[in-house]
Design a binder for this molecule. Structure first.
Ligand code: SF4
Length: 354
């Protein structure tokens, strides 16, 4: 009697219990990571402060957008103590342009708690890290594994996609964490976690995975299924931008379009800016160019496109109109130390003011 063939979908799903297959999978992935990982500043260190900062910045933000901010932020706040002692405005100014400003506020709050209650040091376990402000399951696991070698797996949007494709089926969130943990190389947990994220960011891409060059294709159910990659490759957005193509945010529902007009008024090396209300639900306390309520008759100096969460703005900028009563003249030289909105930063850069 002929043995029944094992359905292809179950082969990899069964593999976490197959120690030889899993060991070979880990070796192949780590070998690839050792030779092909991108040269990024936070990969040259295990300092938990630097790892934490990079992980928070990379949430919902692309690597290319993070690189400059990471360098500038560390120049201004080279230690937990420096960050804890800084004003909120100074931290927001260094964060300006990265968006999702709550991350910057939580970062400062967390630094203050570390200084006040932990002697300025990070706890060394994921469990203890999760008790700190702004540190969730993913970030705690990333810091614990990369900085302290704790054998705990991370799951971000990239890892989630890789695991689902390896298994060839949809998995509940808890199953993905479990599966990632069972695949983890416990002697190099930090490198292994980063190798899974790197694979998702550079090879197992959301829309166009590079299966022919994938180091783990041998173990991938999706790649080996008769329908190939077309069957189960549902695009999955990335929570931690990490890198790759496409914006990282998980957007739900349709984008809202909004058209606005604002004024770039420049005089004697100063710029007219207004501060948003401290109680505003969006970017409280940040500085921006004054808006005009009605469409001016003249053509704008430039038009920009800018997205904030679910709103796509079309922003017409007029120059050198009479200043509105509201606002203040701010010296251009001090703007880099002011918490200005990302849109304002974009406009001032285009005007070669900053
Ligand atoms: Fe992703 Fe293709 Fe590699 Fe499978 S073989 S993990 S689908 S890139």
């Amino acid at each position: 009697m002929r043995a029944r063939a094992i359905p292809v979908e179950t082969r990899l799903a069964a593999s976490p219990t197959n120690s030889k297959r899993v060991a070979a999978f880990r070796r192949a992935l780590l070998r690839w990571y050792d030779h092909h990982r991108r040269d990024l500043p936070w990969r040259k260190t295990r300092d938990p402060y630097l790892i934490w900062l990079s992980e928070i910045m990379l949430q919902q933000t692309r690597v290319a957008a993070v690189l400059d901010h990471y360098r500038i932020f560390l120049e201004r706040f080279p230690s937990i103590e420096a960050l804890a002692g800084a004003s909120e405005d100074a931290v927001l100014a260094a964060w300006s342009g990265l968006g999702y400003y709550r991350r910057a506020r939580m970062l400062r709050q967390c630094a203050q708690e570390l200084v006040e209650s932990h002697d300025g040091r990070f706890p060394a376990t994921a469990e203890a890290l999760r008790t700190l402000p702004g540190i969730g399951r993913y970030t705690a696991a990333a810091i614990a594994s990369i900085s302290f070698d704790e054998p705990v797996a991370v799951v971000d949007g990239n890892v989630e996609r890789v695991v689902r494709r390896l298994m060839g089926r949809d998995l509940a969130q808890q199953e993905i964490w479990k599966c990632a943990q069972s695949l983890l190389n416990t002697s190099r947990p930090g490198d292994f976690n980063q190798s899974m994220m790197e694979l998702g960011a550079t090879v197992c891409l959301p829309r166009d995975p590079k299966c022919p060059t994938c180091p783990v294709r041998k173990w991938c159910v999706t790649q080996q299924s008769p329908q190939g990659t077309n069957r189960t490759l549902t695009p999955i957005n990335m929570e931690r931008g990490g890198s790759s193509p496409g914006k990282a945010s998980k957007r739900k529902g349709p984008q809202v379009k909004q058209e606005i007009w604002c004024v770039l008024n420049q005089r004697d090396g100063r710029i007219r800016l207004v501060q948003r209300s401290r109680n505003s639900s969006l970017m409280p306390g940040m500085w921006e160019l004054p808006r005009v309520a009605q469409k001016p008759r003249r053509a704008p100096w430039q038009t920009f496109r800018h997205s904030i969460t679910i709103t796509d703005y079309i922003v017409h900028v007029h120059r050198n109109r009479a200043p509105a009563a509201k606002g203040q003249w701010i010296p251009a030289a001090s703007i880099s130390h002011l918490p200005v909105t990302g849109l304002t930063r974009k406009i001032l850069k285009a005007a070669a003011i900053i």
